[in-house]
Design a protein around this ligand. Structure first.
Ligand code: 5GP
Ligand code: ZN
Length: 112
């Protein structure tokens, strides 16, 4: 389901452009516009849901699907030596876009 006010839903439907690196019927991976590492990708499920705290069983299956796909996508995009996955959940973590997304960070040695 799409949310008309959601930035990532607009990226998914193409009304806002993005640098896509992977797409299938369930998920999209694109480059973060303000990269925090040499490689910084965002993986999103095409079905809109806000965050981990709103996730139902069907959505948790989508997160699992993305986690299974991410290793190959990351390795094909400059993260063959490793990468870090981040989900910012809520305000204290700095979540700014309320469409669940997994940050993929790599392409360099990452400080903790
Ligand atoms: P959050 O802070 O919610 O975990 O992550 C949102 C991410 O979306 C940020 O890293 C931010 O740089 C990225 N972002 C915000 N607006 C855009 C945009 O229009 N296009 C792309 N590709 N990334 C965006
Ligand atoms: Zn959305």
């Amino acid at each position: 389901m799409k949310n008309n006010d959601c930035l990532f839903c607009k990226i998914i439907d193409g009304s806002i452009p993005s640098a896509k690196v992977y797409e299938d019927e369930k998920m999209l991976v694109f480059k973060d516009i303000e990269p925090k590492a040499k490689v910084h990708l965002l993986a999103v499920a095409k079905n809109h849901f806000k965050s981990l705290s709103e996730m139902d069983d069907e959505q948790s299956e989508l997160v699992k699907y993305m986690l299974v796909k991410i290793p190959e996508i990351a390795e094909n995009n400059g993260c063959e030596n490793g990468y870090r996955l981040v989900i910012n959940q809520g305000g204290d973590a700095g979540q700014t876009v309320f469409h669940l997304h997994i940050h993929i960070l790599g392409g360099q040695i990452l400080d903790w």
